[in-house]
Ligand binder design. Structure first.
Ligand SMILES: Cc1ncc(COP(=O)(O)O)c(C=O)c1O
Length: 161
């Protein structure tokens, strides 16, 4: 009986959560361009989804071969295999080889280097740190290479846009 009650409670909770997500998605859509949303539990899952979405979009729009994702040296994208592979820090990747292919690393604030790294295989450049920095203005996190965002110069940010 206790087991049945627990199952019912879990189902109710899941239903309520689903309804809240739908409501939140509607509210968010009213305030920006997007009309579809993916809710997840943390940064790695969000970045993992972004990587998959970028590759899928590129594959559907341009066909196979445009799968490379450019990320920044010193960046941190999470601890799943894909986000670890996208992370530009050897100390985080050490011991997990072979990593996933298809990530190219460029120094931060090096626009010529970034331009050089873009070729016909590139589908996206990842900029989560930039976006997070812009959203939060978190100055403390700026200096933490493992967990925090870095700040691009204004000129680079403008060029990246
Ligand atoms: C830029 C960035 N991406 C991804 C992550 C991973 O987030 P989570 O620990 O929620 O998976 C972090 C965590 O600090 C982060 O700073």
């Amino acid at each position: 009986m206790a087991n049945k009650n627990e199952k019912m409670k879990k189902k109710d909770f899941e239903k309520q959560l689903g309804e809240l997500q739908v409501e939140l998605a509607r509210m968010l859509s009213k305030h920006c361009f997007a009309d579809r949303w993916f809710f997840c539990n943390g940064g790695a899952e969000a970045n993992e989804a972004a990587i998959k979405l970028a590759r899928r979009y590129s594959h559907e729009k341009y066909g196979p071969g445009r799968h490379t994702i450019i990320t920044m040296e010193g960046s941190f994208h999470g601890r799943t295999m894909a986000t670890l592979s996208a992370t530009g820090q050897y100390k985080v990747q050490e011991g997990y080889a072979p990593l996933l292919e298809g990530f190219r690393f460029v120094p931060f604030n090096d626009l010529p280097g970034l331009e050089k790294a873009v070729d016909d295989t590139v589908c996206i450049e990842t900029l989560p740190q930039i976006l997070r920095r812009l959203r939060t203005g978190n100055a403390k996190a700026q200096n933490d290479k493992t967990t925090g965002p870095s700040t691009p110069s204004e000129a680079n940010l403008e060029a990246l846009r």
